[in-house]
Design a protein around this ligand. Structure first.
Ligand code: GLC
Length: 470
């Protein structure tokens, strides 16, 4: 069976969030299970495209409104990611340094989707399934059914994976003329509340949709940024499949990005050494428990609570804790954190930006990771953390609820709190500090979570089972 994953992020080509990690791993695991899985992404002007060899396998052009766009399909020659990676090069539209935040986002992703179908058609590529990831490619399930000239794809099954339902790709109807010509009787499938809404379109038109945890699937019926009724009415074709983690990149026993490698049995000394090396680098005290936050500074992730949480925890513990924050995003949140640095020298350190290598070091060094998310479709950081023996302190929502069990439960290995508010987060951190302060407890929990199986094998099979069913 042949599946094409279509996405605008893929690690290590282009990563903004967890979407990239999933698209960069799932296809490799599917191939291990015998599927012919490909990935198609935009060709960005990024280190990955500069450092790898590509061969042009197809060329073409089409009209986007009155503008004629030329495209090239460039295949990564070495298949270095473990699957065929095809990138769509559209000069002036996709060959950019960043993935998001351009004013012509609608034009970008419409061009990407149109070029994709144009290429499949002209090269006579007929996959069994197109697995679209997030709203940027949400028009595909519509276009394969109702766009003029692409009728041959009507029988191709489309699966749409929701990594984040908060973002829907809204565009005003005056962008409609940029789409490939389509059966105008079907315009209602593009519409939600007077706008073209690619996420809504995908949910209406796909053969099945998946969410990246079962907890999140349930939540979408009541909290989906305006699409609750749609998710509810289409519930029969919804499936929750929890993400896995890529154990090639995320394995403390072999990770080349950390100071000292360790496994479950050597985790006590291993983590201690990593912590020492890390704390020395960032001027923190390695004798104190080390708490971290890694991720985007977004309200959705509860990052706006961080400055207050940090100040309160320092005050409640009389500065008997080290805190390291790695992330970027909302400038106000960043400024608020920056302002705290001077008040807690030797206790608080930060890195503002995206730094994959540093994230590995932090997972290896930290004792606890905090995730106070308001929305968390799956969450990968708690999974990476646990694999590295770092105890998760998380809000019990979406994928966090599905993957972290509180120590108060049988076989528990983490700390779960109910609401994304200061008091709940602080009391969970205090509960964790109290717990790991008790003799032997930290190591016991650490061993338990390091042994959990969050590998992709099982979830990759679940995707395949779904494709087969379709
Ligand atoms: C999005 C979600 C995150 C999920 C990731 C990968 O970034 O916010 O929870 O883990 O996608 O599916």
């Amino acid at each position: 069976m042949h599946v094409i994953h279509l996405s605008v992020e893929c690690f290590p080509l282009a990563k903004v969030g967890g979407l990239a990690d999933v698209v960069g791993a799932l296809p490799r695991y599917q191939r291990k299970l015998g599927m012919d899985a490909w990935v198609v992404c935009p060709y960005y002007d990024k280190p990955f495209t500069q450092e790898h060899d590509f061969s042009t396998v197809a060329k073409g052009s089409f009209f986007q409104g009155s503008e004629e766009l030329q495209y090239e399909i460039r295949k990564e020659t070495a298949d270095s990611l473990g699957f065929p990676l095809y990138l769509i090069h559209i000069p002036g539209k996709l060959d950019r340094e960043d993935v998001y935040c351009y004013p012509d986002e609608a034009e970008q992703w419409i061009a990407f989707q149109h070029a994709f179908l144009h290429w499949l058609k002209s090269s006579r590529i007929m996959p069994d399934v197109i697995n679209c990831h997030d709203h940027h490619v949400g028009l595909i399930p519509f276009l394969t059914k109702y766009a003029d000239g692409f009728e041959m794809f009507a029988s191709v099954k489309t699966v749409f994976t929701v990594h984040n339902g908060q973002y829907q790709g809204w565009m005003s109807w005056n962008k409609g003329i940029l789409l490939p010509p389509f059966d105008t009787w079907k315009w209602g499938l593009l519409d939600w509340d007077g706008l073209i809404n690619p996420l809504a379109t995908a949910i209406k038109c796909c053969d099945a949709f998946t969410t990246v945890s079962t907890g999140y699937l349930q939540e979408l019926y009541t909290q989906a940024n305006g699409l609750e009724s749609l998710f509810s009415s289409e519930a029969a074709k919804g499936y929750g499949i929890v993400n896995g983690i890529d154990d090639v990149y995320w394995n403390p026993a072999e990770d080349k990005l950390i100071a000292v490698n360790y496994d479950v049995d050597s985790s006590k000394e291993g983590k201690m050494k990593n912590k020492k090396a890390f704390c020395e680098k960032y001027g923190l005290d390695d004798r104190l428990p080390l708490l971290t936050y890694i991720g985007r500074f977004a309200v959705e992730k509860g990052a706006d609570l961080l400055p207050e949480i940090v100040a309160t925890i320092f005050s409640n513990t009389e500065n008997k804790i080290s805190i390291f924050i790695l992330g970027s995003g909302d400038v106000q949140i960043q400024a608020n954190l920056q302002a705290l640095l001077a008040a807690y020298p030797g206790r608080l350190a930060t890195f503002f930006g995206y730094n994959e290598g540093l994230a590995h070091e932090v997972y290896a060094a930290a004792d606890m990771i905090l995730m106070p998310s308001r929305v968390e479709p799956c969450g990968l950081n708690q999974l990476y953390a646990m694999k590295y023996g770092t105890i998760p302190v998380v809000r019990g929502i979406g994928g966090l609820k599905d993957t972290v069990r509180d120590v108060s439960e049988k076989n528990g290995y983490g700390f779960v709190f109910q609401n994304a508010v200061l008091e709940d987060a602080v009391s969970a951190i205090e509960r964790a500090l109290d717990y790991i302060g008790q003799r032997g407890k930290m190591q016991r929990v650490r061993r338990k979570e390091m042994k959990l199986d969050f590998s992709w094998d099982k979830s990759a099979q679940q995707y395949i089972d779904l494709y087969n069913r379709l």
